[in-house]
Design a protein around this ligand. Structure first.
Ligand code: FAD
Length: 382
């Protein structure tokens, strides 16, 4: 067993750390205030290969693998979760197309997603009435001549208004029961009949774009289906398994940032004639965050290693996402507490981290759904 990242992993981590600290962190507070989408920052990630980290070089990616991807996500999230989530959904969509796409689909989409020529990829699974239970979706795709025609609504779609391509899931067959007749489609930006609603006014991750989508007689070519008819749920669940490593890594990045800010503040802030770090009640809270951060990091890297080795990793990815996202809630709450009243103001980064972390136990499967995935696997017949 080797806990030391290899040369490629270290290079990706170092590139992500440099861009996170020099280009992304400085504007994070202002973007949070204005909700301005980080287009330039995302393009820079494309130039560095951080939008196609697990994509083969032949398709424009860096082929650095899932461990490198997780390490990069940690660095980006420590600077700005809005940038990190935009990049992680793009990586997930890119990987999904690279895995399930035809040669033509891969050649068209992956290089554009990897380079940032297409600002983002989007994942159109959730609907107003179907989040945790996507098999209850109502969006339909109907074959008309040589085209598929999509009708329905999607909800909460990250980068849905800026993405060059959206993977849209739709019901193609009512026979066969829950989840059986669902297929996935590649819908490109600008396709007539596709429109995005207004940005959700979110608690945190405010400069990432989250929009509803409407598909109204949205016609795509016959060749726009990803995978075969009825493969949709399999494709979505496989993508989410990998995506959860990205969200777990994002939570670790938030914990890193919260811990760094809290340690710095605890050393500086004086109360009762000494730095608050010298009050054990404060020091022990920091110790607990450090332990949880390291445990979360190891769970995320274990899931990443398994995925990279081509071994089953669904349970481990759910464990990593569940533990890391819940530990992040405690870490940011500690961060605010250690800062006292100042932690409740936007002058200190812990206030933004507190809001940004909140969604991590919700998107790409809530904590309850992670427990469902883990317990089902645990209790499966041998
Ligand atoms: C900022 C943001 C970005 C997002 N980005 C995307 C995106 O890019 N693409 C996309 O497709 N979706 C996206 N989502 C949607 C996200 O994945 C869903 O919000 C999430 O899956 C939960 O679905 P829901 O909101 O409908 O909640 P519901 O499914 O209505 O759940 C409500 C509550 O009930 C609980 N619950 C539901 N079923 C069970 C059960 N069987 N057992 C126990 N508890 C249960 C849930 O855990 C939750 O606590 C995003 C959401 C947000 C907030």
């Amino acid at each position: 067993m080797d806990f030391q990242p290899d040369d490629v992993q270290q290079a990706i981590q170092a590139a992500a750390r440099a861009v996170a600290r020099e280009r992304i962190a400085p504007g994070a507070r202002e973007r949070d205030r204005t909700g301005h989408f980080p287009a330039e920052e995302i393009r820079e990630l494309g130039r560095l290969g951080l939008l196609g980290t697990t994509i083969p070089e032949a398709l424009g990616g860096t082929g650095a693998g899932t461990v490198a991807y997780a390490l990069a996500m940690m660095e980006l999230a420590a600077a700005d979760c809005s940038v990190a989530v935009t990049a992680s959904v793009t990586n997930m969509v890119n990987e999904t197309i690279a895995r399930w796409g035809t040669e033509e689909q891969k050649a068209r989409c992956c290089p554009r997603l990897s380079s940032g020529e297409w600002l983002a990829g989007a994942f159109g699974l959730s609907e107003p009435h179907a989040g945790s239970d996507p098999a209850a979706m109502r969006t339909r795709a109907e074959r008309r001549g040589d085209r598929w025609v999509l009708n329905g609504e999607k909800q909460w779609i990250t980068s849905g208004d800026v993405a060059g391509v959206i993977v849209v899931w739709a019901r193609t067959d009512d026979a066969g029961g829950a989840g059986k007749g669902i297929s996935a489609f590649l819908v490109e930006r600008g396709t007539p009949g596709l429109s995005a609603g207004r940005h959700e006014a979110k608690m945190g991750q405010r400069s990432s774009s989250t929009v509803p989508l409407v598909l109204e007689d949205c016609a795509v070519p016959g060749g726009a289906m990803l995978g075969r008819p009825g493969d949709g749920m399999r494709i979505a669940l496989a993508a989410l398994d990998g995506g959860r490593i990205g969200i777990g890594a994002q939570a670790v990045g938030v914990m890193d940032a919260a811990l760094e800010a809290s340690v710095r503040y605890a050393r500086e802030r004086q109360a009762f004639g000494r730095p608050i770090a010298q009050h054990q009640a404060i020091a022990f809270q920091l110790a607990d965050v450090a332990v949880a951060r390291d445990a979360a990091r190891l769970l995320v890297l274990r899931a990443a290693m398994l995925k990279e080795a081509g071994r089953p990793f669904s349970r481990e990815a759910a464990m990593a996402k569940l533990f890391a996202s819940e530990a992040a809630q405690r870490a940011v709450a500690t961060g605010v507490q250690v800062h006292g009243g100042y932690g409740y103001t936007e002058e200190f980064v812990v206030e933004r981290l507190y809001r940004d972390a909140r969604v991590q136990t919700i998107y790409e499967g809530t904590s309850e759904i992670q427990r469902l995935v883990i317990s089902r696997d645990l209790l499966r017949d041998p």
